[in-house]
Design a protein around this ligand. Structure first.
Ligand SMILES: [Zn+2]
Length: 59
């Protein structure tokens, strides 16, 4: 019973590493740095532009 650890920092980090493909809106987890340098390609359509998923729930 109980004893569940909910770490906000970890949760936020997980969410910040989730990106959405601008073309097919496929969700992917990746390093923000790699996204920035365009090293990540969408597994679904091959597009290399993403936007962070962390837009929701902020502010
Ligand atoms: Zn895609």
């Amino acid at each position: 019973m109980g004893g569940k650890k909910v770490s906000g920092a970890v949760y936020k980090r997980l969410f910040e590493n989730v990106f959405v493909c601008l073309k097919c809106k496929h969700k992917m987890r990746a390093n923000p740095q790699k996204i920035r340098t365009g090293k990540i390609h969408c597994r679904n359509c091959g597009y290399s532009k993403f936007r962070p998923k962390s837009r929701q729930g902020r502010r």
